[in-house]
Design a binder for this molecule. Sequence first.
Ligand code: 5GP
Length: 202
Amino acid sequence: MKRGKVIVISGPSGVGKGTVCRELMKRYPDLAATTVSVTTRAPRPGEVEGVHYYYRTNEEFDKLLAEGKFLETVDKFTHRYGTLLSEVERVLSQGKNVILEIEMIGGANVKKAIPDAVLIYLLPPSLETLLERLNGRGSETEEQIKLRNSQVEKEFDQAEPYEYFVVNDDLSVAVENVKKIIDAESLKDDFRNVKKNYFGRN
Ligand code: 5GP
């Protein structure tokens, strides 16, 4: 069985990464699954340990880092986030593609560690729609929203390693576009692999 791919999905806060990923997995349960990251930030109302994140202290995070448990980590908005290698392996061992819903510094680091990882950037239909969505979420203070807004454009400059840019205007279209990307990427193969498999030589 061919191993699944690591698919990174990034995009500005409020663009609907979570919604797109959930809908993709609902439509195609065997295609892919997301991982649960570790964070040092506090849970937001309604968030559940082990479902949305593993909530850990700074010290616990340091320990995991020292033990080499992370594929990548990032310091963001005064908190830390990290993708556990064990989470990636858990999904791959189910024969599925792994979806990492992470920010761009993490995405670039994943690409360095795993060159055939696929980087997808979700774009809002326009900057105005994004700001509307952000302000409508209601879970952040005005100051936090301002901080995130100012980061939107600055952040985009870091999207250079990204290979696919999917506009999330119509959810269904965005989901199907991500599905097409995963399907096409799964068909990719390496010349040396093919030579070895079919001709039994290196
Ligand atoms: P939030 O605090 O709103 O849940 O997440 C803030 C940002 O951190 C989002 O862009 C989210 O995708 C990103 N993020 C969540 N988990 C990870 C992770 O494990 N690694 C990285 N690099 N970013 C993450």
